[in-house]
Write a protein that binds this ligand. Structure first.
Ligand SMILES: Cc1cc2nc3c(=O)[nH]c(=O)nc-3n(C[C@H](O)[C@H](O)[C@H](O)COP(=O)(O)OP(=O)(O)OC[C@H]3O[C@@H](n4cnc5c(N)ncnc54)[C@H](O)[C@@H]3O)c2cc1C
Length: 505
């Protein structure tokens, strides 16, 4: 099951084990049980510190990890794909290797004095799932009252259907829904123990350059600012931006292949090599013109002599009834994450551009039937994608289709659209709907700046906006194209533009 290269890699990690770990296997005669046995036996064969016992657990097939009083982590399914890292980390942590988290968070976890049984439904192709699985495993390792089970949705489809899960990660606590989607360790702790009073930003000094946004544009602007030796701060609602949502990236010059989360983790390390005051998980609400400029955030106000706004873009909603109501109940945006939950089912993709057609091609490999609805008379995707789509027997394309509503009971059941040419109304049964109609700039909060009709902030060659001292970069601006290297380049331009502004003031 594990190839030699992966075994060699795991062997290296296993040298970091701090103590013995027992795998408790709960198996039956099924094919999935055989796969889990094969996986566990291969891993256990790589270190003398690992052993196996067989015992019935609440879920079969499953395996649990334990070492002394560190127990409570269960994997129901094979932790391969994106969950392999979660498995290796869990193994090391159960062996006694401390998780790399803030001492305050350790104290908060250990202060929880009630039994908490968490369960997270994942898919192995979901790049958002490991953050949740790893956070909850840490809770379990640090507090014996907390347990966590990862459930591979594609292996336990009946159970997932019973839970009504239609998007991953989906987290349950003591049998009740706890959270849908990605959630950080900090946010989990806030939900469990109440929000910790954040230190107010009120007393921060006046920054020479304050960057708003922690995607490629904002990170690059902060590095350029700090390298000029000016007092630089960076505020992000969530450091990482859209790239965190991206699986494979193959167009960053000099880096033939990378994956979003690992790329942004190295960008963060790079930013922190410099004197950048990074304020993560802080949301900017507005800016006020003046000298210095005032930045209003949900953690207090800040002041800066210049700003770079790099708040990026978010998925565009189509604004039809049911779109919000059925989110995570059939309406989804991420095919890599949620596609496996629709195995053998009927799905619809709204949008015939590159992202829509890529999604339809992906889904055709899993779903029974894929319907693509395109508003315009022709698909908009590149020819090569259209040709691939046309070769797939289980895909149907309807052009000139205006989607009107998503309907159902507890979960999405049907989609209604109108043929724009004939005016005829149609209804199609569907289990899932992937909406792929592009992105919109995150600029609604930034009043007082000149924007185009799409809401993008208008910038000049130096990245300067219509407000003195305020620069902007990346996907939130009127740049012709939206890509990582373009965002990085414009972040550099805006930081240098702001430096020039400060020098000439
Ligand atoms: C699914 C997908 C796949 C993609 N694949 C590729 C690819 O393969 N190659 C490629 O080059 N490009 C790709 N892109 C495009 C690329 O990700 C973007 O062009 C790039 O991330 C833009 O960077 P940015 O810094 O401008 O914005 P973003 O990455 O959107 O970052 C915005 C930042 O601003 C923060 N923010 C937003 N509002 C606030 C606020 N009010 N207060 C504080 N902070 C705020 C966010 O939390 C985030 O940190 C892809 C995009 C998507 C969605």
């Amino acid at each position: 099951m594990l190839d030699q290269a992966l075994k060699d890699q795991v062997k290296e990690y296993l040298k970091l084990l701090e103590g013995d770990v027992v795998f408790t296997l709960s198996l039956d005669q099924s094919e999935n049980s055989e796969k889990i046995r094969e996986f566990v036996e291969e891993v256990v064969g790589l270190s003398d510190r690992l052993s196996i016992e067989e015992k019935s657990l609440a879920f079969t097939p499953s395996f649990a990890l334990s070492s002394g009083d560190r127990q409570g982590i269960v994997f129901s399914g094979l932790p391969l794909g994106h969950e392999f890292e979660s498995f290796v980390l869990a193994l090391l942590q159960v062996s006694g290797r401390p998780p790399k988290i803030d001492p305050d968070q350790v104290r908060r976890i250990q202060s929880i004095d009630r039994e908490l049984a968490f369960e997270t439904v994942v898919s192995l192709t979901c790049h958002n799932c490991p953050e949740v699985v790893q956070a909850l495993n840490i809770l379990s390792v640090l507090n014996p009252k907390i347990s966590h089970r990862m459930v591979d949705g594609s292996m336990f489809q009946d159970y997932v259907d019973k839970l009504g899960v239609m998007a991953v990660p989906a987290t349950f606590l003591n049998g009740e829904s706890f959270h849908n989607g990605k959630i950080s360790l900090k946010a989990i702790l806030d939900k469990l123990t109440g929000q910790v009073q954040r230190p107010s930003l009120q007393d921060k000094p006046v920054y020479d350059l304050l960057v708003i946004g922690g995607g490629p544009a904002g990170a690059t602007a902060a590095i350029y600012g700090a390298r000029k030796g000016i007092r630089t701060g960076l505020i992000a609602k969530k450091f990482g931006g859209q790239v965190e949502e991206t699986l494979a990236i193959e167009n960053i010059t000099g880096l033939a292949y990378t994956e979003g989360p690992s790329f942004m983790a190295s960008v963060k390390d790079h930013v922190l090599k410099y004197q950048v005051d990074l304020m993560d998980e802080v949301e900017v609400q507005s800016i006020q013109e003046g000298d210095p400029l005032r930045v209003v955030t949900d953690a207090g106000d800040l002041q800066a002599k210049s700003l770079v706004i790099a708040t990026g873009a978010k998925w565009r909603l189509i604004g039809i009834p049911g779109e919000i109501e059925f989110r995570n109940k059939g309406v989804a945006y991420c095919t890599h994450c949620d596609g496996p939950l629709f195995k053998g089912k009927k799905v619809t993709v709204i949008g015939g551009g590159n992202s829509g057609i890529e999604a339809a091609i992906d889904l055709a490999g899993l779903a029974k039937e894929v319907l693509v609805l395109e508003f315009l008379p022709q698909l908009q995707a590149d020819q090569v994608l259209q040709e691939k789509l046309a070769s797939l027997p289980n895909v149907r394309v309807v052009t000139n289709a205006e989607t009107k509503a998503l309907e159902g009971g507890d979960k999405l059941e049907k989609i209604r659209y109108v043929d724009r040419q004939s005016g005829q109304s149609h209804e199609e049964a569907t289990d899932g709907c992937f909406i792929q109609v592009g992105l919109v700039p995150v600029t609604e909060w930034a009043e007082g700046l000149e924007k185009n009709k799409r809401g993008e902030i208008i910038v000049d060659q130096l990245g300067a906006t219509s407000m003195p001292g305020v620069f902007a970069a990346g996907d939130c601006t009127n740049s012709a194209f939206k890509q990582i290297v373009i965002a990085q380049g414009s972040g550099a331009t805006a930081a240098l533009g702001s430096y020039q502004y400060l020098m000439r003031k």
